[in-house]
Design a protein around this ligand. Structure first.
Ligand SMILES: [Fe+2]
Length: 191
């Protein structure tokens, strides 16, 4: 059986995001890894007798996307803050500036999508077929992904991502801190 391990992340000097906020969030991430493995095991068990487990198989199959993407998106998210320090402008930042007119225009669009009502993620993704870049909204962890896209930037906008540090209305301040701590060198390697 294929299984997944909980990753370790290396943060330094995060601005505007407390250690308690990170610790609680990492605990939730570990839950997604555990449930990805548990859901995969359940799926194999139910699939061994699909007629006897038709409803359970149907539901657990849908559940797998929630748990798996919950795991993987958090890995993209926390990795972006690895050794977070001021970053030079990168080829991706230059490409974003070219495609959106300016880097700030791209960031403003990404931010505006992050402030939309609802829980989920804003992702900057790149089409594996033609290299096009898109900002997309993903509800929960699994609804709205585009086929064949590589994740470059992942921003969690579930309330759990900021409510240790901010009230429910504090998403804007959280998004500012999110950008301040990005390590664009890590993101560049995905591009
Ligand atoms: Fe999260």
């Amino acid at each position: 059986m294929q299984t997944y391990e909980t990753k370790q992340f290396n943060f330094k000097n995060l601005e505007g995001i407390s250690q308690e906020q990170i610790d609680q969030h990492l605990g939730l991430y570990a839950g997604y890894v555990k449930n990805t493995n548990g859901t995969a095991a359940d799926l194999a068990k139910y699939a061994a007798d699909p007629d006897g487990n038709a409803r359970a198989l149907s539901e657990i199959s849908r559940r797998f996307g929630f748990e798996f993407n919950g795991m993987r998106l958090h890995e993209y998210y926390f990795d972006q803050w690895t050794d977070a320090e001021g970053s030079e402008s990168t080829a991706l930042q230059n490409t974003l500036a070219k495609e959106w007119g300016s880097f700030d225009t791209w960031q403003a669009e990404f931010t505006a999508m992050g402030k939309m009502r609802g829980i989920g993620w804003v992702l900057l993704v790149q089409d594996e077929i033609n290299g096009n870049l898109h900002n997309i909204w993903v509800s929960d962890h699994e609804l709205g992904h585009l086929a064949g896209q590589k994740v470059l930037v992942a921003m969690d906008v579930w309330e759990h991502a900021y409510m240790v540090d901010h009230p429910a209305s504090g998403r804007g301040a959280y998004i500012e801190a999110f950008f301040k701590n990005l390590n664009w060198g890590v993101i560049e390697e995905r591009f």
